[in-house]
Design a protein around this ligand. Sequence first.
Ligand code: ATP
Ligand code: MG
Ligand code: MG
Length: 412
Amino acid sequence: MSSTRNPVIGLLGGGQLGRMLCEAANPLGIDIAILDEENAPAKQAHSTNRHVTGSFKDPARIRELAAQSDYLSVEIEHVETAVLEEIEKHGVQVKQPDGSTRIHKPPIHPSWRTIRLIQDKYLQKQHFLDSGKRIPVAKQVAIDSAQHSSLVSVAEMFGFPYMLKARTGSYDGRGNFKVSSEADIEPALKALAGLDLYAEQWAPFVKELAVMVIRTEDDNGNLKSCVAYPTVETVHEDSICTKVFMPPRGVPVEVCGKARKLATDVVSTLWGRGVFAVEMFLLKDGSLMVNEVAPRPHNSGHYTIEAVPQMSQYKAQLYAVLDLPIPQTLSPRVPSAIMLNILGGATPSAHLKLVELARSNFYDMDVYLHLYNKQSKPGRKIGHITLTGCLPIETLEAKAKPFIDLVDEIRL
Ligand code: ATP
Ligand code: MG
Ligand code: MG
């Protein structure tokens, strides 16, 4: 890292995760150069003349970003990885003031290998199965040709229901289709037409859990540490995360401990530095199954901004990328926290009642409102509210009822 000026992290993607990363970077004197469209949410939160306008899938723009960055990182996994591999291996050309050029190789964290693997949800889970770390995942099968008969064969193997998924490019459940009976096969093929598909056995979960993990390694790629944040419960409705509870409601502490251990095992099999989210299913018998991993800050970790004193997931991402010291334990400052996503409602102003409520006075819990300055569209994540309290989670949930009711009302 250059000692004469602030370090520059080039970030592929400038949505709300990038925006909160910038909010963490600002008081630390870390410069973030964002590659995304003009005026993207993250660009609005960080002033620099280094932002690049364009797509995080465009190799030319990624090279332009790399040329002026000390490090490269991502806030979204759906980026172009071939060019990241090229930059790691061969660098980018940088023009010098005297007209000559030099080769510049900014370290990339997490590694393009991790990003490429995670982009394909089928290969991602195969990797966990092959890792030798006994990572439980749902049974899965790749679908070579998407047609009625292959989806019938899946049912013969897994039974109904099963989940048909796009291998790549999915988010907020948009590449998923629950196939409950043979009647769903045609609609599923239609909904996911043209995509590479695989099927997963249905996971009969009682709850979904998630754990953020900070992964550090040295510059030679040797793992230094994997440190887990507290386990949280995530609630998904229509495949989109709507609420997060810390700690999970009604889940024994031993299970939360097992989830953290599983999450660090999972992340230890990947490459590069940074924070990772491990999404899991909790089954009736108390066992866990890994759903998927996100190689970046994550919705389930928003609560760390206010609830984890050592560092938030955003500061952790910056510290990990820059190879600065990472705490070896991460524990909450409050007994409980709830994060509620503000999703765009039926009309552009449907969520405003919730914003108004968050600005009211509450005396027995802290209310933190985050708005991303994104245009409201139905179902789009446009902000979130974190509630914390010196109360057991069930009591905080009861106190948060007006918020939860409004979140549910806006969604409907
Ligand atoms: P994200 O926004 O988290 O990246 P995604 O589009 O990659 O989402 P998944 O995480 O694969 O989608 O699935 C979204 C949700 O669908 C899960 O959180 C879970 O609620 C449900 N789901 C996914 N796979 C299964 C399964 N095999 N069995 C039961 N439910 C599932
Ligand atoms: Mg996903
Ligand atoms: Mg997911």
